[in-house]
Design a protein around this ligand. Sequence first.
Ligand SMILES: Cc1ncc(COP(=O)(O)O)c(C=O)c1O
Length: 377
Amino acid sequence: MKELKGNSAVPKNKIIPLEYVSKIKPYVPGKPVKELERELGIKGSIKLASNENPLGPSKKAVEALRKFFQNGHELSRYPDSNGYYLKSAISERLNVDSDEIILGNGSNELIDIAVRTFVGPGDEAVMATPSFVAYSIAVKSVGGIIKEVPLLDYRHDLAGIADTTTDRTKIIFIANPNNPTGTINNRDEFERFMNRVPDGVLVIVDEAYYEYVMDSEYPDILNYFAGGRDILILRTFSKAYGLAGLRIGYGIARKDIITEMNKIRGPFNTNTLSQLAAMHALTDDEHLKKSIEINEQGKKFLYRELDSMGITYVPTEANFVYMPLNTDSKNIYEALLRMGVIIRTVGPREIRVTIGLPEENERFIEALKIVIKSWSN
Ligand SMILES: Cc1ncc(COP(=O)(O)O)c(C=O)c1O
């Protein structure tokens, strides 16, 4: 029999995706260092593109994994579907019940689960633009309609979002701090906003960068949860806790909300290793403190250098800096790539740079200076 190869293997009956799925523009992840080095044949590149923790993971988490692997026996067992120990640790720390917590394969999965639980075809979800792209992908994937409200001065326009909410709205997404701008909405703005949100609309407050926030006006969202509001708070171990590669995040909401979400959660969505590492990372105050310190230090360095170069940036409450440029962002991105510095374009004239280790921040600034100088000659 003739072997089928390449295109000759395309089946006769083409599989037709749902129309609303085929229209989705796929998520583009930050370029991995190894991929760049393979493509350009270079070494020693740095990645400041995915808002990862430049210090690496908590040593306590790594030590727990090492001990686990010494025996490794449990790898043949399914993980604890309920994530009992990790949920208990989060519950104790935040003073919420375990059944008010849901674990996800990264907080990204919880965005999907929430949307699949509460949004159907034709239902609306309101979100800011630009904001974290996973929101719109999740809503489009179930045939929902996205209503985008432009940022106002790089921050969520909460009044505009409340104005856009209709009786078809099922979910409102608020990233606080926002990705890609790193900005927050403060306590008073949030209080005014929550007073306008009708009952029955789930407000998803995505606090992926919660641990990095320095602004004392940052709202304490857990108060709204404690007040019984229709709110889902999302947090993650991918950023300040340095566990992005293990994929683990959590959500907090009223028990009735969590119960519904759990019905469609894959039973083993978070694995044994991620649960174990997250539990230990949660107790590693020193690692968390260091992660925040290095971010603050990097922030100050970048502000000072960008100021001296006359480059505009938006002050950040997260671990990345958004820069609206007066030039094509793709050109800057590609020129930096050729020098082994991976950043992110987040618009036609906008870039976002993750705050790295001191030497990485210096390398980025040096490379940026070279690019700018070569263009002005
Ligand atoms: C605002 C925001 N939310 C959620 C996530 C997803 O994080 P993870 O799925 O790694 O928990 C990210 C990742 O970059 C983000 O920027």
